[in-house]
Design a binder for this molecule. Structure first.
Ligand SMILES: Nc1ncnc2c1ncn2[C@@H]1O[C@H](COP(=O)(O)OP(=O)(O)O)[C@@H](O)[C@H]1O
Ligand SMILES: [Mg+2]
Length: 375
């Protein structure tokens, strides 16, 4: 039987743990045409949740058309248009009237339209002349989708990427075009919290206060343990309480790492899963990561490397400038500590979490953290 612990993309409701509250909220937002912003740490389950939501819409509101695209790899407005148009072509099969119309529309843009020979998926090449023409095309795309008499939910993943575009006015443009639409509901999704907050919660920026926020935390212990137990037992396997507890504690209930650990335990094939079995899987995962971890070693200064180890040993650090932390790990002055933390956040190795008690730092990669705490 296939491994039920998904470590790639969303597969089915059955293999998706909890998120009932967030799902409900997002579902209602869709139905009520409220644009939303979905923010969380990397790999916590944003993309999965969007796809889960689309599944739910397909079931309960087949009249709503879902459209998803990920702009992580986009570099400029050209890429954005291309990705959005391709996603639209995927959502509206060319067989349908809407699909036909979309195709006609895209052809009217004077692009060179080519289809990928291998996958058969649409791959657009659009030839532009001027900036003005690009902006016109982007607006045209929104207007086109808006004028089809269908309610379309458009999810744009890794939205903060637009901040790296050379076009400085991308936010203002998008905001203007989006504001003009009536039948489109947007989900803006992103992992870079600072940037997402600056886009949507800074009163000086175009998107300020225009969306409802959904923030995604960790799955609760009750839900996750019931989920793991169920997936094992449905496949005639058992897991001891002790082993289950260890899994959730070792991964800190971080979704991706929990899935990955369970995936490995399952793949190892034991029918009765004990603590020893789980610990063996942990060792395997750290061993697998080692090549990459040692590359980080090369990439970082000694100070940065040691700082990561210090944070890993603490698990998470609430006060990076506290005397105890600085002294215990021989870090130096508070400003040194702050600089190191900033640099490591910038590199994506550290993660900062803003809570009521202040900012807490931990390693982004749970397995790296577990590996480093032993050094
Ligand atoms: N609720 C969930 N139940 C089970 N697996 C999940 C859940 N949410 C996410 N995952 C899995 O965790 C991994 C990371 O999720 P993903 O949605 O890609 O995170 P993000 O988009 O926040 O970076 C994926 O392999 C995904 O399949
Ligand atoms: Mg994602």
């Amino acid at each position: 039987m296939e491994n039920p612990f998904t470590i790639k993309s969303y597969e089915s409701k059955d293999l998706f743990c909890d998120r009932e509250e967030e799902l409900q909220m997002m579902f209602l937002n869709c139905v009520n045409r409220t644009d939303m912003t979905l923010i969380s740490q990397r790999r916590i389950g944003k993309t999965g949740l969007i796809l889960r939501l689309f599944d739910e819409l397909k079931d309960k509101r087949p009249d709503i058309v879902p459209l998803y695209f990920d702009i992580f790899a986009s570099r400029n407005i050209d890429d954005f248009i291309k990705m959005m148009a391709e996603a639209a072509m995927k959502s509206f099969q060319t067989k349908t009237t809407l699909g036909e119309k979309l195709l006609t529309f895209i052809k009217s843009l004077r692009p060179q339209l080519t289809f990928d020979n291998i996958t058969g998926e649409p791959q657009l090449q659009i030839a532009y002349q001027s900036t003005h023409e690009k902006e016109y095309t982007l607006r045209g795309l929104f207007d086109f989708l808006d004028s089809q008499g269908e309610h379309i939910v458009i999810a744009i993943d890794e939205f903060q990427q637009i901040r790296d575009y050379p076009e400085q006015n991308m936010e203002a443009l998008l905001r203007t075009y989006i504001q003009r639409t009536h039948n489109l509901t947007f989900i803006f999704c992103g992992s870079k919290k600072h940037m997402m907050a600056d886009i949507f919660a800074n009163e000086k920026k175009p998107f300020y206060n225009s969306t409802s926020f959904v923030s995604l935390g960790k799955i609760s212990e009750t839900s996750y343990s019931a989920f793991i137990r169920r997936l094992f037992s449905e496949r005639q396997r058992s897991i001891t309480d002790e082993a289950l507890q260890f899994i959730l504690n070792w991964t800190g209930r971080h979704t991706y790492y929990t899935q990955q650990l369970c995936h490995t335990v399952y793949a190892n094939g034991s029918l009765d899963i004990t603590l020893e079995e789980v610990k063996r899987a942990c060792e395997q995962l750290m061993k697998q990561g080692e090549t990459v971890y040692l590359q980080y070693r090369q990439m970082l200064t000694d100070k940065q490397w040691n700082y990561l180890i210090a944070v890993a040993k603490e698990g998470s650090v609430r006060q990076i400038t506290s005397a105890a932390f600085l002294k215990n790990h021989k870090i130096g002055t508070p400003s040194v500590s702050r600089r190191l933390a900033d640099a490591l956040c910038e590199k994506g190795l550290l993660h900062e979490d803003t809570t009521l008690e202040g900012i807490t730092y931990s390693l982004n990669d749970v397995f790296l953290s577990r590996w480093m705490e032993r050094l």
